[in-house]
Write a protein that binds this ligand. Sequence first.
Ligand SMILES: NC(=O)c1ccc[n+]([C@@H]2O[C@H](COP(=O)([O-])OP(=O)(O)OC[C@H]3O[C@@H](n4cnc5c(N)ncnc54)[C@H](OP(=O)(O)O)[C@@H]3O)[C@@H](O)[C@H]2O)c1
Length: 324
Amino acid sequence: MRAIQIASLDGPQAATLVDISEPAAEDGMVLVEVHAAGVAFPDALQSRGLYQYKPEMPYTPGAEVAGVVRSAPEGAGVVAGDRVAGLTMLCGAMAEVVALHPERVFKLPDSVSFQAGAGLLFNDLTMHFALRTRGRLQAGETVLVHGAAGGIGTSTLRLAPAFGAARTIAVVSSDAKADVARAAGASDVVLADGFKDAVKELTGGRGVDIVVDPVGGDRVTDSLRCLAPAGRLLVVGFTAGDIPSIKVNRLLLNNVDAVGVGWGAWTMTHPGYLREQWDELEPLLADGRVAAPQPVVYPLERAADAIASLEDRTARGKVVVAVR
Ligand SMILES: NC(=O)c1ccc[n+]([C@@H]2O[C@H](COP(=O)([O-])OP(=O)(O)OC[C@H]3O[C@@H](n4cnc5c(N)ncnc54)[C@H](OP(=O)(O)O)[C@@H]3O)[C@@H](O)[C@H]2O)c1
């Protein structure tokens, strides 16, 4: 089968199209014929050996797919011919066939295309966990999100209103990315430069209830200053590169929380949690209360450029690779 392989930790451009053997139909696994695979920031980090999970070399990148079931064991919840989305957790997706654990395969609503379906599980389930389980989002609250035109960012903007947020404020680095955030549903968009003052003005000095931070770096102190009393800073990732420190007196002074969000680790210790998440998300996608992602699509032979677009910050919204 055609697949992308990375054989040296030299960054996204090491991702090469090769011919390798299809995975065998191992006992208990669901075989999926992949139509599209999602690209996420960990793919860029892994290609340089900078992610916490380090696959054996050579490896095929990609954490999520959408496609059609070729075969499934009894009781898997899906059968041959079903349209599905699935998680590889955390590599192997950019290939024509993947073998997935049944608990990581979910039937796609008919209204969701393969390309949109390949771009929703990784970020949407992370943000479901972040906003509902860790962030305790309440109806009527305001959510600010950094990196708002990225994968996690656009997922936050699509999901937060369906979970009760009354307002979303998107923080982006350019006017072009502001358009992406608006298209994903942002109520307001502000530039990263000077975001604290812009947010104070937009909220009449009150601040926001939740800050979603996939960026890290030097934004964290101003993010804490943007929180209303009882607000929560959700620590999701560090695309800026630096892992910031928090002076805990800031938490005490304003009665705010800094909350870690590690979705992958949570799913490992909470069997059945992925299924519970999907059971909440699927009806929202099926009836349009949550719009499907509108990904930027690269052909499989340009997977290296697709991954590089996240590393060099040129990606707009979710990025997906078309596999067939
Ligand atoms: N905790 C979890 O469970 C979990 C799950 C999934 C993903 N994540 C993490 O979430 C983060 C975001 O992932 P993603 O897939 O949304 O990435 P993405 O699509 O590339 O978006 C990241 C955004 O970060 C901003 N950014 C700021 N400085 C950057 C820099 N130096 N390089 C690149 N981007 C920079 C960019 O927005 P501007 O240019 O507008 O600033 C960009 O749009 C990653 O760190 C990922 O590992 C965490």
